[in-house]
Design a protein around this ligand. Sequence first.
Ligand code: COA
Ligand code: MG
Length: 317
Amino acid sequence: MWIYNMKLLKRTVLEISVRYYKPRRAILYVPGNDLKKINKIQSLTIDCVALDCEDGVALNKKDEARYTIRESLNRLIPDIKNKTDIGVRINSVDSEICEKDLEVCLSGNYLPHTILLPKVEDSGQLHWFSDCIDKYIKQRDKINLIIFLESAKAFINISEICKTLVTLADKQKIIPNSLVFGSDDYCASIGATRTEDATEVLYARQKLVLYAKAYNFQAIDMVYIKFKDLEGLVRQSEQGRHMGFTGKQVIHPDQIEVVQKSFSPSLVQVEWAKGLLRAFEEHQIKGIGAFTYEGSMIDMPTIKQAQNIIELMNSIK
Ligand code: COA
Ligand code: MG
């Protein structure tokens, strides 16, 4: 009876609530030319890694990074058993070395699961990128795409960018699934100074979350660069989750667990959500819409929040 009613509830509630799929609670950067760090990946419990060709790699090490990544994919992908999403962060379309990254990184025996494309600023870049992917991916239909918004221009064009992603997903070989906020490039772009409470990036973070939800993408929050300060990381992760982000970028293995915990529902939340959904069912049968649960008035918006908690819990099991 409970299971049957949950199905009914899903039909009524889930159609309009946030759809969660394999969440990337933490995305770990690993410099593409650093074999020692790449070899560490298999020992980590991480949702997604970004083997980096971009800003974590010095200019004179780009080529070394590309070839190291290609070789590493051949070892990592068959071994990873779906545990971790193995991605490659290439250089931006504007950099003029983006195609070289794709040419090398996509020419091994195994493709990455995901490409991370930084510094997206307009739809023209996405069309160019998508055509490029068509050129280098022959052996399989589609590849996941995570894009970065990290400049004033990107945030002015965010609507057009999201619409283009949806169009490309329908027609081309890419499956866009996340928007990432690149805070430090964004601050450089608008001339802001980074502060601990991050008020200077509040508008951009909220805007990214808004568009991610509207277009059904995951919203990935900024990096906390003081990787030894785990208390600060907890604070910033919780702040991001409360704003609606579903994950966060990390740079060091010590940050993974903190971030994963922050972006997972707690036991208390899960118990609350289960109890509330049971109470909702009982009241629905009696024909009552709004009711009281643990001292608060409950109607559909709170039911949707409870449903999101259960969905998220199921998706990260
Ligand atoms: N991925 C995988 N392993 C990592 C890692 C990462 N990003 N960062 C550190 N490690 C490993 C180290 O190799 C070391 O392994 P060991 O115990 O087997 O020797 C262990 O974790 C502890 O590392 P630690 O000594 O504390 O740090 P470090 O001085 O080696 O590295 C950084 C510090 C910041 C340079 C490093 O974490 C790093 O390169 N991060 C990614 C930076 C990046 O890509 N930036 C661009 C995107 S914002
Ligand atoms: Mg950046």
